[in-house]
Design a binder for this molecule. Structure first.
Ligand code: UD1
Length: 398
């Protein structure tokens, strides 16, 4: 008897699907996908592989707990290294995983080194790769993530994208549109899932022994994050940015959860004296629920993160992106995001406007509705069925 699973797709046997995570922004993208895979009928079997690109408790373990991500089935424990070393180590350690599990496909998310490394291994072994968050382009090849995006999309077999501009980018790069599918944004699935348990800002600060009255003034507080190599790896650039943040903090206190790369560079370049701890609260990298609490309560956000541009749009919080380009243009066109680069006047002018109540209000982009992962899994099931059905002398289909 044929069991109808979804729409007209008959029941068929699915080999495990290897789901890859490696760095902090991957965890919030994969968590809703894994939930949707187990909620699907029939459930899609997953093997969760963590490359270990990020390994600190702050950058990794806390996020697994907050996002209800299951513990990884396999941890490749690659750790830090140059891009070449890190990418090569991931590839070398991922290949035996594919040999052992013979998956029906792998799923990768985002644009980090783990994303490209694992996709490349799968492509060489003729194992289909599925890329979630395909087609985003900053058109800035100096960003390591841009290289990862372009190459991952070229060798992926199924590409899920978050905003319509991505389809145009993929088309321009010669990718056949029958491989792509508009599903919305899994980051927003996680925001909606997490907001119910977002941590109260005062509690978070109290736990960290920080005086919470600092953020209780009439203008509230701003949140800062910085970690892009282009912003934090050169002493003069980082100095200039910290000086501008100093100016901004004269108007509004800033909460600054500091990425390990950034903290080590601030210390190495001797820039700590630029930070007035009575106006800029430096914190360790924050957990997901703590960060959602900080973002949701903020008057403004200053960041160079891709994820925060999307999260602030979803939360309706004005965001100033300290970069000259964004791979997420919809957050500027429809959301609350403004690109201000590293220009002092642009940054201070935009902060002033926001504090006068003239910040962007934005609207929620199409399909950023908390159900992107369900759409991905429904499509994935059908797509895998089509592949299995096309196999010669297929025995899996009944
Ligand atoms: C990586 C991603 C970037 C993503 C960011 C989020 C790439 C190319 N970049 O950048 O897209 O936005 O993660 O955080 O994949 N470190 C620790 N503990 C950790 C992880 C890193 O101390 O758990 C330190 C190490 O000194 C390391 C440095 O941070 O050398 C940079 O880490 P890495 O993973 O290479 O890149 P990110 O800057 O985090």
């Amino acid at each position: 008897m044929t069991i109808l699973a979804c729409a007209e797709v008959p029941f068929f046997e699915i080999s495990p699907i290897i789901c890859v995570v490696g760095a902090r922004p991957n965890f919030m993208k994969m968590a809703p996908v894994l939930r949707a895979m187990s909620a699907h009928f029939p459930p899609l079997p997953a093997v969760l592989v963590h490359t270990g690109q990020h390994y600190d408790r702050d950058m990794c373990d806390c996020l697994f707990e907050a996002l209800h991500l299951p513990q990884p089935d396999i941890n490749l424990e690659v750790g830090s290294g140059t891009h070449a070393v890190q990418t090569a180590d991931i590839m070398r350690k991922f290949e035996p995983v594919l040999d052992a599990h013979k998956p029906s496909c792998i799923i990768v998310v985002g644009d980090v080194n783990s994303t490209l490394a694992c996709t490349l291994v799968a492509a060489k072994k003729n194992i289909p790769a599925v890329h979630i968050e395909a087609g985003l382009r900053s058109h800035d090849r100096a960003m390591p993530e841009e290289i990862n995006r372009v190459l991952t999309d070229q060798i992926s077999d199924r590409l899920y994208y978050t905003e319509r501009m991505a389809e145009e980018n993929l088309r321009q790069e010669g990718i056949l549109l029958d491989r792509v599918c508009f599903v919305g944004n899994v980051m927003i699935d996680s925001v909606m899932f997490g907001m119910a348990n977002a941590r109260c800002v005062k509690e978070t600060l109290n736990t960290l022994h920080v005086d919470s009255t600092l953020v209780s003034g009439p203008l509230g507080y701003g949140v800062v994050t910085l970690h892009r190599p282009s912003n934090v790896d050169h002493p003069e650039t980082l100095r200039a940015l910290l000086e501008v943040l100093g100016e901004v903090s004269a108007s509004i206190p800033l909460v600054f959860p500091v990425h390990p790369r950034t903290r080590s560079n601030i210390e190495r370049f001797g820039l700590m004296p630029l930070i007035d701890p009575t106006r800029i609260v430096m914190l360790p990298a924050q957990g997901y629920l703590e960060m959602l609490g900080f973002l949701a309560g903020a008057s403004l956000v200053l960041t160079d993160s891709g994820g925060l541009q999307e999260e602030t749009t979803a939360l309706g919080v004005p965001c100033l992106t300290l970069r000259d380009s964004t791979e997420r243009p919809i957050t500027v066109e429809q959301g609350t995001n403004t690109l201000v680069g590293r220009n002092r006047d642009a940054i201070c002018g935009a902060v002033k406007e926001i504090l006068l109540g003239k910040g962007k209000r934005g609207r929620i982009p199409e399909l950023w509705d908390g159900h992107a992962a369900e759409r991905i899994v429904a499509d994935l099931y059908q797509w895998l069925h089509t592949k299995v059905a096309a196999m010669p002398s297929n025995t899996a289909l009944q």
